[in-house]
Design a protein around this ligand. Sequence first.
Ligand SMILES: [Zn+2]
Ligand SMILES: [Zn+2]
Length: 241
Amino acid sequence: MPKAEKTSDVIEARAEFGLEWLLGGLLALAIGVVLWIYRGQGTLIGLALVLLAGGAGATAYGSFVLIKAKNVPSVDVECPYCQKTNKLTAPPEEGFLCSFCHRRVPVRDGRPLPVFQVRCGYCNELNYYNETTEILICENCNHEIPIAQEEGRPRKHLPRGFVAQEDTCLYELVLVEANPKHEGQIGALQHILALNRNQVKEIMASTPAVLLTGIPRKKAEMLQAQLRVHEARAEIRQIQS
Ligand SMILES: [Zn+2]
Ligand SMILES: [Zn+2]
């Protein structure tokens, strides 16, 4: 099975490819025509013919690709978080990022897993989890939210003898690559750090910069992923255990 990609991405890539051939072909045709008009005593006839034939071929091929560009298989996959429909080229085999809410959609057997909502007991922020979630850290206040006792949560089938490794180390999140002009990055960092624009921009201009320290690994990984969505790079470093 081919890897599932966003249908719109594939159409765009194909259209671009077709357009390059089409434009190249038209250019060759135009040069060929000019050479034919000024062919003089026959020295340029050969070159003109080659350009005309090649240009016609490339134009036809480019047009064909463009016409076919929209013929991409499309599977509708509903995002369990925002209920919007993502169009993919094949049923997803692994988790993918929702185009609308940018959350990672959990997938099993080609189907998105249902997600459950739970409110954080400390700050009342709405959080999401699915049946593969091991530990849920509040997106807002970093407190762990107990989910094992939640009603409606399907029982997990852990292999016999499986013991969850409790990671008691603490980590820091270090911003190593950022673009102070990138609105998405500014917004994400403002949200994470609860600082104003100027404070955030100052931090972005002085990488590497420690963003948060003394946080659990899960939390650091989640924030790192949020920043990655906006093409900012952050590293997770272990501090005192
Ligand atoms: Zn979504
Ligand atoms: Zn919370």
